[in-house]
Design a protein around this ligand. Structure first.
Ligand code: G3H
Length: 540
């Protein structure tokens, strides 16, 4: 089949979809608030899949269902519910023993495990992540929850002792911060929502979470597990348009932590609405334009493999994706020939098809936006150098390798977040170094080469610009025990399994002068288990 025919016939007929991947529409009316699954009878947001189907009258987007479009009133109810559950730190959840909180989280993990098939299918239909990566997102999330439990046990064990310093006895533990608003991105709607929600919860905060703009319905199968696993008001779901439901709660001044992974412009608009900025803690994962620097002695095959994964896995829609490649002129032709050949082998199709790499894009008009960026680069002297690059049909687009990209083109600085690979040739290593220095973002970078002298020389300036430098490997968040953060406009706060426990809590001390009477009081409290905070219990 020619590429043309393949592209024209890319979308399936409904009856040709394997039975296990077909989807039943979900008309979700439920939302979780104040410990109840409530029913919404107001307006609904229709959910259309990025996947089109072939019908008698041509292509049509598959309808997946709808979810509640709550209003500012329900948003304030969610806030009220989270505040009541926190009760100025006196609520059941923030004062509960760590051991009991861990039990709730473990029960939640156990319950959601059963929902894997449903959630994986929704990930494929809502955001078009391929089957293998959708399974990985689910499994990685479950693993993250269990690893978080272990990390907290370890942290708790280290805090289960008294310290005596300069005649003062103290016990230092971590206490919660209050009401946390969690908002995840559409590209990892489950995983990246949970990488803030779970640590926020386990540290004793109460939460409101707003599902991402795509990948919303996949939380519906999990609502019961949330309701059954946590005390009333500890988890509240906020469905609806961000610009409607977030401003009222933010401007109330009662959100204590804003955990957000997404674009800087949305984060800035929302956090500005908080009237007491010093009281709002921020945990942000924002934009990135991670460069790959390919030196002239790079192992071409390995570099092609890593750059292919780095630039185009999940269609380039990862915050950690390599979004620009700098290639030293001496090997540019050789690298590009092999890289373009590898791009040509990428399989386009529907997410459930085996071995598929390139799938439809969830954001509306995304292919148009990609084409505009490409056209602008072409008008300024670049070319699409791979066969069929940028050919599209509705929401799917075959990746375009654009070369040579220069600083005059938008693709040089704009975070494309899609299947376009800008490539910049360079002679002097100063070109990529200066690019990184002058970039507004500073998440990660990759260096490909063999010479330890050269790589060593690059490490020192670059580690002060980005937070992870990858040698001969693509940029990535994992393993989740590694710190995930960024400099400049890329992030605020550090996430990893153990760091997340810290960002959602604060070190708090109970201290007393080491006098006999005080020692007796402290001993009495701990032996008699009179406080959940001040205790010497050791969780195994
Ligand atoms: O979208 C950003 C994600 O954190 C990237 O995670 O590198 O594991 O794909 P990943």
């Amino acid at each position: 089949m020619s590429f043309e025919e393949q592209m024209n016939n890319i979308y399936p007929k409904e009856n040709s979809i394997p039975a296990e991947y077909r989807i039943k529409e979900i008309f979700q009316k439920e939302y979780l608030m104040d410990g109840e699954i409530r029913t919404w009878n107001g307006p609904q947001q229709e959910v259309l899949s990025p996947i089109y189907l072939q019908g008698d009258k041509g292509l049509y987007p598959k309808k997946l269902g709808s979810y509640p479009l709550l209003t500012g009133k329900e948003a304030m109810e969610a806030l009220d519910s989270a505040q009541k559950a926190y009760n100025n730190g006196c609520g059941e959840w923030p004062t509960m023993t760590v051991e009991k909180r861990i039990k709730c989280i473990e029960s939640f993990a156990y319950k959601i495990k059963e929902k894997r098939t449903e959630v994986v299918n929704l990930l494929m239909w809502e955001i078009c992540k391929n089957y293998a990566d959708s399974c990985k997102e689910f499994d990685r999330t479950l693993e993250y929850i269990l690893d978080t439990v272990n990390a907290l046990k370890e942290l708790d064990r280290a805090s289960s002792r008294f310290i005596i310093e300069q005649g003062i006895i103290g016990q230092i533990r971590r206490a919660p911060l209050g009401v946390v608003l969690c908002m995840g991105p559409f590209n990892y709607p489950l995983n990246e929502t949970f990488t803030t929600l779970i640590p926020a919860l386990i540290m004793g905060n109460t939460t409101i979470f707003k599902p991402a703009k795509f990948g919303t319905l996949l939380f519906q199968p999990l609502l019961q597990a949330f309701r059954e696993s946590f005390p009333k008001g500890v988890v509240n779901t906020l469905y609806g348009e961000g610009k409607v439901v977030i401003p009222p709660i933010m401007s109330s001044g009662h959100i204590d932590v804003f955990a957000f992974i997404g674009s800087a412009s949305v984060a800035n608009t929302l956090e500005k609405q908080h009237p007491k900025p010093n009281r709002l803690r921020r945990v942000l994962g924002l934009g990135a334009k991670n460069p790959g620097i390919i030196l002239d002695d790079a192992d071409i095959d390995l570099t092609v493999k890593e750059c292919l994964l780095g630039t185009l896995s999940y269609n380039g829609q990862r915050c950690t994706a390599l979004k620009i490649l700098f290639v030293q002129k001496k090997i540019a032709d050789q690298f590009l020939e092999k890289y373009c050949a590898a791009v040509s082998k990428l399989k386009m199709g529907m997410p459930w098809e085996s071995g598929v790499d390139i799938t439809p894009l969830p954001e509306s008009h995304k292919t148009d936006h990609m084409l505009e960026l490409i056209q602008e680069a072409i008008a300024k002297g670049a070319k699409i150098i791979n066969p069929n690059g940028s050919r599209s049909n509705k929401t799917i687009m075959f990746p375009a390798v654009v070369y040579p990209v220069t600083e005059k083109m938008k693709l040089y600085t704009v975070e494309q977040f899609g299947p376009v690979v800008p490539v910049v040739p360079f002679e002097s290593i100063e070109t990529p170094i200066q690019y990184i220095i002058h970039s507004n973002v500073g998440q990660q970078a990759s260096i490909f080469g063999k010479n330890p002298d050269m790589i060593g020389k690059l490490i020192d300036p670059l580690v002060n610009q980005v937070c992870r430098l990858n040698i001969n490997s693509q940029c990535q968040r994992g393993p989740d025990s590694f710190p995930f953060t960024g400099k400049k406009d890329s992030a605020e706060g550090t996430l990893s399994i153990s760091d997340a426990l810290r960002v959602f809590s604060i070190r708090t001390i109970v201290a007393a002068k080491a006098e006999e009477a005080n020692k007796e009081i402290l001993t009495n409290i701990t032996r008699g288990r009179k406080s959940n905070f001040l205790n010497t219990d050791y969780i195994l």
